[in-house]
Design a protein around this ligand. Structure first.
Ligand code: AVI
Length: 347
């Protein structure tokens, strides 16, 4: 595992120095740490190209999130049709105290895929967090979130970890900097649904391996529901999700020096009940050939590029997945319609 410590100010003590002599959080400016080859451009390009040359062609959803993709995703979260964000927020607001009672105190709060960090802030007070560890593939998001958080919570230590946790997650060295504080892993927004169940199992197991005895996982998971409701959430009337989906082709053009024309593709989102997942695709309207980093790929009219799976779970199916990942028990909260599930899982 490769660690690169980045310190915003030359006077910032190193992680090792602050380990031996803990000082008040206010004395320690936020640090960020890069783990692994997060942005290895060759690896990224090779992965993208491979997926697009396969049949059916596919692009990992992690490529959605350039600056424009992040802005479009924020807009999706405000859509009338896209219920997950507001439903989860309502569950958190309604049950925050009960949920917090199931979590340890004075914790290291590990926010997986932290984005702007805003979902974490109310929890830091509830669990008297001592440290916030934001984990995201995007160093830009990390610097936004930990700058905002550090200003808001001067007594909390802020660490940003730039890593791609679609690859094996290894935060042991970072968390062991503060062995005295138990760990809460926070994974909201049903982002777990963007992994296949077998990938989700790997991630859940690896989170569990970080929890120690007293740690907990707080996770939000979207539920199975009426097909029409699900499909509307991923194909909204004003086309924000379609724009979000097409934008990935601009990311591909940039990263692979490719020449996709996003206007030649239509957005499609279908619920596949057999796999319990929304499948998002970009469908070629006419036959054409695309140049992809030195290769050519012909697309037939009607051929689809799979861009995202969003798996939906019942309370029972997700509880079973947690159990299979080795969690000994889990508490559950939901909304009145049972549309979204929140779990606190113990190792
Ligand atoms: C980030 N993720 C949980 C979203 C989802 O619902 O699967 C991404 C998304 N795709 C289209 N709309 C939202």
């Amino acid at each position: 595992m490769e660690h690169e410590l980045q310190r915003p100010h030359p006077s910032t003590p190193s992680a090792a120095a602050s380990m031996s002599a803990p000082s008040p959080a206010a004395d320690r400016p936020p640090q960020w740490i890069r783990i692994g080859a997060v942005e290895d451009p060759f690896q990224r390009a090779a992965e993208l190209q491979r997926g697009l040359l396969e049949r059916p062609a596919h692009i990992s959803p992690k490529y959605f999130y350039d600056a424009q993709g992040c802005a479009l995703y924020s807009a999706i979260c405000e859509l009338v049709e896209y219920y997950p964000t507001r439903t989860e927020t309502a569950i958190f607001e309604r049950h925050r105290d009960a949920i917090a009672r199931r979590l340890p105190r004075e914790v290291q709060w590990v926010d997986l895929g932290c984005g702007d960090g805003a979902k974490s802030w109310p929890w830091l007070t509830s669990v008297q967090a001592r440290r916030w560890v934001g984990v995201d593939i995007s160093p830009e998001w990390l610097s936004i979130s930990f700058t905002a958080g550090a200003r808001r919570f001067p007594d909390v230590e802020f660490t940003g970890v730039a890593t791609d946790f679609t690859r094996p997650l290894d935060l042991h060295a970072v968390l062991e900097q503060r062995p005295e504080w138990p760990r809460v892993f926070f994974y909201p927004g049903s982002s777990i649904g963007n992994f296949t169940p077998s990938q989700a199992l790997v991630l859940l197991r690896s989170v569990r391996a970080h929890l120690g005895r007293d740690g907990r996982l707080l996770i939000g998971v979207d539920g199975v529901k009426d097909k029409a409701v699900l499909e509307a959430a991923y194909d909204d009337a004003i086309g924000v999700t379609a724009a979000f989906n097409r934008n990935v082709l601009r990311v591909v053009n940039r990263e692979l020096d490719a020449d996709f024309d996003p206007r030649r593709y239509t957005h499609r989102a279908c619920f596949d009940g057999r796999h319990s997942r929304i499948e998002m695709q970009l469908v070629a309207q006419q036959a054409h050939t695309v140049h992809l980093g030195g290769q050519r790929r012909h697309f037939e009219a009607g051929e689809a590029i799979v861009t995202e799976y969003s798996y939906k779970y019942t309370r029972e199916s997700f509880s079973a997945l947690l159990q299979e990942a080795g969690y000994s028990h889990a508490q559950h909260w939901s909304d009145e319609r049972g549309w979204f599930h929140v779990f606190v899982a113990a190792p």
